[in-house]
Design a protein around this ligand. Structure first.
Ligand SMILES: [Fe+2]
Ligand SMILES: [Fe+2]
Length: 394
């Protein structure tokens, strides 16, 4: 168990493809159950169905279910959340003319010869079942749900998100594969809008609200320039960053940009002053991981510098498809930066079998201190289930 906060201080001193337009027009014509994660009984290499689905609307503040759910979290000292990432459990079968772009063709080749055999909707389904049995308060997802950002993939992943949980409980940020090539938002992230959206600036006190833009009236989902996003649950502050930007062929890097970094820094200060446990969600790794520059976050050093000034209690990321643990320098101690493996990998490569992580946060011994207890849940191909892995995460 790691103690963070005061205790750490003391311890450590496209629109345009006709195919995509056609897909959109089909929305809602096929049964949702056909596409729900786990509804397929075929072999792992069989493509996941990407049938369309009607997405649930974001619960409003007036929704009595939401009010009771949030208050149930606030009424407890302890909060438990899960971290999943990079499930890439969509199929490119039927992608048609939308695939006829150089970068998408390269992504299709990677999927056809490798990725489709590594990422299994059945493994993902097992992860979701395991998660549901744990009954966590929140689920944080750090992107890469698609392969090449086809509209049909966004629709399929929207159904998967719905199977995972209510948008109030599931908070998502996009990954680089969810921005693989420039595509119009209405054919992409807008399908995930209730899961991507943070609170509106007016939902928070003015100092916090001033660090947020919320979504513009004509935009259901946040755009890159609208980040950070923020959700609060009890003393947990979930801060979503967006490093997903379209990149050239054979590149998979990310970028936050100065504006996002500035807002993040002010937000982290305001949240720290109010005693929140600050979890920063980002798709790309923040620590130096040895990744080639073509796969790395361009402004990782700038982000590390901001974090070293104002701190955070935890940084969560994906992208590497393997566990990665680093300690970033913070103003009052180290900040754990934890990368989670994909939640759908069958495990044909060492260190890349599917996992997800669960964190329990509870008050520590002093007013500002928290205790953070991590748990690793890993896929066991022998049983087809996820189980606790008795290894120390950090
Ligand atoms: Fe990924
Ligand atoms: Fe990625």
């Amino acid at each position: 168990m790691l103690v963070v906060g005061e205790a750490v201080k003391s311890e450590r001193g496209e629109r345009g493809e006709r195919g995509e337009r056609g897909e959109r027009g089909e929305r809602g014509e096929r049964g949702e159950s056909e596409a729900r994660v786990g509804s397929r009984r075929s072999a792992e290499e069989e493509p996941v169905s990407d049938a369309p689905a009607d997405l649930p609307n974001e619960a409003s503040e007036e929704d009595p279910d939401r009010r009771s759910e949030v208050s149930s979290v606030r009424g407890r000292d302890e909060i438990r959340f899960a971290h999943l990432s990079d499930w890439h459990a969509t199929s490119l079968v039927g992608g048609g003319r939308a695939l006829l772009r150089p970068k998408r063709l390269s992504g299709w080749a990677s999927w056809a010869f490798s990725r489709r055999y590594r990422h299994s909707h059945r493994v993902l389904e097992a992860a979701f079942r395991d998660l549901q049995s744990l009954g966590v308060d929140r689920i944080l997802v750090t992107g890469d749900l698609t392969h090449v950002s086809l509209e049909r993939e966004f629709r399929a992943a929207a159904v998967q998100l719905e199977a995972l949980g209510d948008p109030e409980r599931v908070f998502l940020i996009p990954g680089n594969h969810d921005c693989y090539v420039p595509v119009p938002h209405e054919a992409a992230w807008d399908y995930w809008a209730p899961y991507l959206a943070g609170g509106r600036p007016q939902d928070f006190d003015p100092e916090i609200g001033a660090c947020l833009t919320g979504c513009r009236p004509d935009a259901p989902a946040p755009r890159h320039q609208d980040y950070p996003t923020l959700r609060l649950a009890g003393r947990l502050a979930m801060i979503g960053l967006c490093s997903a930007v379209p990149t050239p062929l054979f590149r998979a890097g990310g970028r936050l940009g100065r504006l996002q970094l500035d807002r993040l820094e002010r937000l982290l200060v305001a949240l720290e002053e109010r005693g929140f446990f600050r979890v920063v969600m980002i798709h790309h790794p923040v620590a130096e991981t040895g990744e080639p520059a073509r796969r790395a976050l361009e402004d990782a050093a700038a982000l590390r510098e901001r974090l070293s000034r104002v701190g955070a209690e935890l940084v969560l990321h994906g992208h590497k498809h393997r566990r990665h643990v680093a300690m970033l320098p913070g103003p009052e101690g180290e900040i754990p930066s934890i990368g989670v493996p994909s939640s759908s990998e069958v495990g044909s490569r060492p260190g890349k079998r599917a996992q997800y992580h669960v964190y329990t946060v509870r008050p520590g011994g002093t007013g500002k201190a928290f205790e953070l207890e991590p748990e690793i849940r890993g896929y066991d191909p022998a049983t087809g289930r996820f189980e606790r892995i008795d290894e120390r995460l950090f």
